[in-house]
Design a protein around this ligand. Structure first.
Ligand SMILES: NC(=O)C1=CN([C@@H]2O[C@H](COP(=O)(O)OP(=O)(O)OC[C@H]3O[C@@H](n4cnc5c(N)ncnc54)[C@H](OP(=O)(O)O)[C@@H]3O)[C@@H](O)[C@H]2O)C=CC1
Ligand SMILES: O=C(O)[C@@H]1CCC=N1
Length: 269
């Protein structure tokens, strides 16, 4: 894979570009980026990551090996109409767009190698948790190239295409749930008198420590939870408040709603 074009230059495109530039995944290879109209944004990405912005010129497109589609789902029909005439038959597609199916891409861009993925914004620091599915046109070699590209920005799970909706709900949107949890914990701690910056540091370290415990001990989360929970102690009191408010059912609603929205977005494209 020598030449990669990002179509869409928003937060997700930047997270992946930052990750692959930082991890040096495509050393010496050429990374191009285009968007709809925000010229300043392209200049900014070009100067920060040493990639090449694309404005009007489309002549180079037939030499592109991989197009990364990173626009909003609502824009994808327009994008496909814009780029299809310029792509070589062999050009592969990697979508990061929520909901939109491989079938939709095949209809808009022809039968060609297509991978549909769902990374997350932690790609910026090489910590994405991504899911991916491929169509039958993707060769073993191309699959490996795409997996190593996504692998360099975090972990990747190959899943059935239909499961990408729940992957989107879980790990695509997941960072936002965690940030919301941090906001809530911080607000509660500040309301009880802690300084905001102290609360923030304690929360982030608690998250980091808990994640590392899950990873390194291999223990079940329920076992680790039980280890924290002294009978009649503070944790039991806190967990009881969560149970009283049906915490697990709130979380199930969150995942189900996000998955349903992913399916809706797919149906709209
Ligand atoms: N943000 C996230 O956490 C995640 C997002 N995703 C998916 O990534 C995709 C992009 O999301 P995000 O980066 O947040 O979105 P943004 O709104 O930040 O970026 C969208 C980009 O698409 C460009 N665009 C729109 N229309 C066209 C067009 N016709 N031709 C070329 N470029 C076009 C926009 O250009 P301009 O600014 O010039 O209009 C902009 O650069 C979405 O489909 C989302 O589902 C996936 C995983 C996580
Ligand atoms: O909110 C969204 O639709 C996108 C997909 C996953 C994360 N952000």
């Amino acid at each position: 894979m020598e030449k990669v074009l990002f179509v869409g230059a928003g937060s997700m495109a930047e997270a992946i570009i930052a990750g692959i530039v930082e991890q040096d995944v495509l050393p010496g290879k050429q990374i191009y980026v285009m968007n709809r109209s925000d010229a300043n944004r392209l200049c900014d990405l070009e100067s920060r990551y040493g990639i090449t912005k694309v404005c009007e010129d489309r002549s180079f497109m037939e030499e592109i090996d991989l197009v990364v589609l990173a626009t909003k789902p609502k824009d994808i029909q327009q994008v496909m109409a814009d780029i299809h005439p310029f792509l070589a038959d062999s050009t592969a597609i990697l979508s990061v767009i929520a909901g939109t199916s491989i079938d939709t891409f095949e209809q808009g861009l022809g039968k060609r190698p297509i991978a549909r993925s769902m990374p997350n914004t932690s790609a910026t620091i090489g910590k994405s948790a991504s899911g991916i599915a491929f169509n039958d046109e993707v060769s073993i070699e191309m699959k490996q190239s795409i997996l190593s590209l996504l692998g360099a920005i975090g972990i990747v799970k190959v899943v059935e295409e239909d499961d990408l909706h729940v992957v989107t709900a879980l790990s695509g949107s997941g960072p936002a749930y965690i940030y919301y949890l941090v906001e809530a914990l911080e607000e509660a701690a500040v309301a009880r008198g802690l300084e905001a910056h102290d609360a923030r540091e304690l929360i982030v370290q608690t998250l980091e420590g808990a994640a590392a415990m899950l990873k390194t001990t291999g223990e079940e989360p329920s076992t680790l939870r039980t280890n924290v929970t002294s009978p009649g102690g503070t944790t039991a009191a806190g967990l009881r408040a969560l149970e009283d408010r049906q915490f697990k059912s709130v979380i199930a609603d969150c995942i189900n709603s996000a998955e349903a929205r992913s399916r809706e977005l797919g149906a709209l494209t």
